[in-house]
Write a protein that binds this ligand. Structure first.
Ligand SMILES: Nc1nc2c(ncn2[C@@H]2O[C@H](COP(=O)(O)OP(=O)(O)O)[C@@H](O)[C@H]2O)c(=O)[nH]1
Ligand SMILES: [Mg+2]
Length: 291
């Protein structure tokens, strides 16, 4: 830092010669079968995934991307935030995923949560943390409309006082834009930690989805298959791990579908790989706590 140096500027960070994680890039059908085989032991039980993150992090896009990959065609991005970064997700909605032949569903569901902006007030953040704690425990029913100004009251008709195993969350996912993970989001990181504390109390596993890697590193935009060879991305994952407190092996970089018209097999493979690990963690939690 500072000081005069006669040495030449460092060359751009090269790719590692070998990827540091293995991804099955060429067998989508095999991975889909694997994803389909991750199912709870109890008939009718689903693995419930809860997404949390700042507005614009890519939560809705991830849901749309998973839908598109599983249905093997691009799904309409019905829920993506507008260009002002306003959160579209106020109603508690459970997203289900059917496979190609429409009437059978995968054994998992995803709930989105209302995104926070980084500059929102302490009381808004506290309200969100309390709401998410209730959602983790299964108290928030389908159709509840989140209110940024106040937390959920246990008297609300949309509060489920006696949640079943199916209503509870089995894996918590923090969705983080790789480009925006700077010291500037200190407050958001504090909120993640508050939410994590409750998840830890409930033994709910937590993972991070690191989104928009196509914007973060041009090497991945050129070829998604480079993802685990990019040094700067590995460094970013370590930084997220250190600050959020989630181990690197529970952090998954993804590129969501955002502008494309057609699916891309490498983008699919990365999304499916993240989904597979999330489902395995959720299913392990179910087997360990409800079997
Ligand atoms: N380039 C790129 N854009 C993305 C990615 N994920 C989301 N986006 C875009 O980021 C914006 C916010 O995404 P959205 O899913 O609505 O964020 P949410 O508020 O967390 O639900 C939208 O314009 C998306 O198209 C990604 O992986 N790469
Ligand atoms: Mg959204």
């Amino acid at each position: 830092m500072g000081g005069k140096s006669s040495s030449r500027p460092a060359p751009p960070s090269p790719l590692l010669s070998k990827p540091w994680r293995e991804i099955n890039w060429n067998d989508k059908q095999g991975t889909l079968q694997h994803v389909n085989a991750i199912r709870p032991k109890t008939e009718g039980q689903v693995i419930r995934i809860l997404l949390h993150g700042l507005v614009g992090a890519g939560k809705s896009s991830f849901i749309n991307s998973v839908k598109s990959v599983l249905q093997e065609r691009m799904c309409l991005p019905a829920l993506v935030a507008n260009s002002f970064g306003e959160s579209c997700t106020k109603k508690h909605t459970t997203h289900k995923f059917n496979n190609g032949n429409q009437d059978t569903f995968y054994h998992f569901v995803i709930n989105d949560t209302m995104g926070l902006s980084n500059d929102c007030s302490r009381s808004t953040r506290n309200n969100r943390v309390r709401d998410i704690e209730k959602a983790l425990k299964g108290h928030v029913s389908e159709g509840y409309t989140f209110n940024p100004e106040c937390r959920i009251s246990m008297d609300d008709p949309f509060v489920n006082l006696k949640p079943s195993a199916n209503d509870k969350v089995h894996v918590l996912v923090f969705v983080i834009d790789a480009n925006k993970f700077t010291p500037m989001i200190e407050k958001a990181v504090e909120t993640f930690q508050d939410i994590r504390e409750e998840a830890i109390r409930l033994n709910i596993p937590q993972v991070v989805l690191l989104t928009k890697i196509d914007e973060f590193c041009p090497e991945s935009q050129q070829d998604v298959k480079n993802v685990y060879k990019i040094k700067t991305l590995k460094e970013k994952m370590k930084e997220v791990s250190a600050r959020v407190g989630i181990p690197v092996n529970c952090i998954f970089p993804v590129k969501n579908y955002s502008e494309e018209m057609d699916l891309n097999s490498d983008t699919d493979a990365l999304i499916l790989s993240a989904l597979k690990h999330i489902l395995q963690l959720g299913n392990d939690h179910l087997n360990n706590h409800y079997a």
